[in-house]
Design a protein around this ligand. Structure first.
Ligand SMILES: [Zn+2]
Length: 335
């Protein structure tokens, strides 16, 4: 855990105010459920809460960063702090992990203060693990804080959700996110990259090392080659199915969305004011874009399927690209 992990993030302010009121009014809940999209800082918020609860000085619910407790937490060796995550090579959090943590929470605190456990991602607990955690939440040992983090609150047991105080973390507005990112990233972060990251600043920051830009250029180049008849569908489908398919499809999703937006408001990207990536092709705005909308629907259905079932990826991408090619050649004219 680094010192940066407990830095307050500006878009957390309203949620932090709620927590502060609960603390000062002695309404601190035993269970907290923090939910929101990936990259919005759920873990950073949970860490800040844990630091405030464990700090020896307990001054206005803010960690001092200097006491023995704060130093132990920063070093990752605080005996009253537990991070419960899936074991290595496993997708799920086992019942044994939860039992072990519950047993530890039932003991007296080593440092005569709070005991804190963060469960992440909470929706990846096995049913037995979730039921075991529910028991601890129903009869919580004194001065314990269980903090559950998830991007999928609906996937948790309803009884578990109702035992926790729920805190929703939302992404900041695009302009606020870009302003914050400008102070944090050495690389310039484009609105396109932020949109690719679903508006979540920490995810955008993680993607800002140039990998996104390279992938975006590769994908738009493939679409351009396809439309220009320079490369065939099968080659591109194989390349995409083999590597980074999910991210590539997200790029295509953004590309179609931008293209449709440009068809309505103009041929430049309305936000970045840069020309759309296919040289020599411009959309014929007078033609209906219904085929391209239909392609977008198909793409989103495929994205949803990919997250649930194993399918013939190459075949699915092949058919998606044929559909896109057809939609684009009807909706576009060469200039
Ligand atoms: Zn401290």
């Amino acid at each position: 855990m680094s010192a940066a992990a407990i830095e307050p993030l500006p878009w957390h302010r309203p949620v932090w105010q709620k927590l502060l009121s609960a603390w000062t009014e002695h309404r601190w809940p035993h269970g907290l459920l923090i939910h929101g999209p990936e990259g919005v800082g759920k873990h950073a918020l949970a860490t800040r809460i844990a630091s405030a609860l464990l700090c020896d000085r307990q001054n206005a619910f803010a960690a001092c960063g200097e006491c023995a407790s704060c130093k132990l937490l920063l070093a990752g060796t605080h005996p009253d702090f537990m991070a419960i995550t899936p074991e290595e090579d496993k997708q799920q959090i086992s019942v044994d992990r939860i039992r072990e943590a519950s047993a530890q929470l039932a003991l007296t605190s080593y440092r005569n203060g709070y005991k804190v456990a963060i469960v992440q991602p909470a929706h990846q607990m096995t049913p037995a693990a979730a039921n075991s955690l529910l028991k601890t939440l129903e009869e919580p040992p004194p001065r314990t804080a269980l903090i559950l983090l998830t991007s999928r609150p609906g996937a948790l047991l309803a009884t578990l959700r109702s035992r926790c105080q729920q805190l929703k973390l939302a992404s900041p507005s695009e302009s606020d996110a870009l302003a914050w990112l400008a102070t944090r990233s050495k690389q310039p972060i484009s609105p396109r990259l932020l949109r690719f990251a679903n508006g979540a600043p920490l995810r955008a920051l993680a993607l800002a090392d140039g990998q996104f830009q390279a992938l975006w250029e590769a994908v738009t180049q493939d679409i351009a080659s396809l439309l220009a008849g320079k490369e065939d569908v099968t080659h591109i489908a194989k390349r995409w199915a083999d590597e980074q398919l999910v991210d590539r499809l997200t790029c295509v999703d953004h590309w179609i969305t931008e293209t449709l937006r440009a068809a309505i408001v103009g041929t430049d990207d309305p936000i970045t004011r840069t020309p759309l990536p296919i040289n020599g092709l411009q959309l014929n705005i007078s033609r209906p874009q219904s085929r391209l909308w239909a392609s977008l629907d198909r793409l989103r259905a495929l994205q949803a399927q990919l997250s649930k079932t194993a399918l013939q990826r190459e075949l699915a991408v092949d058919s998606l690209l044929i559909d896109l090619l057809d939609a684009m050649s009807r909706g576009a004219v060469r200039q």
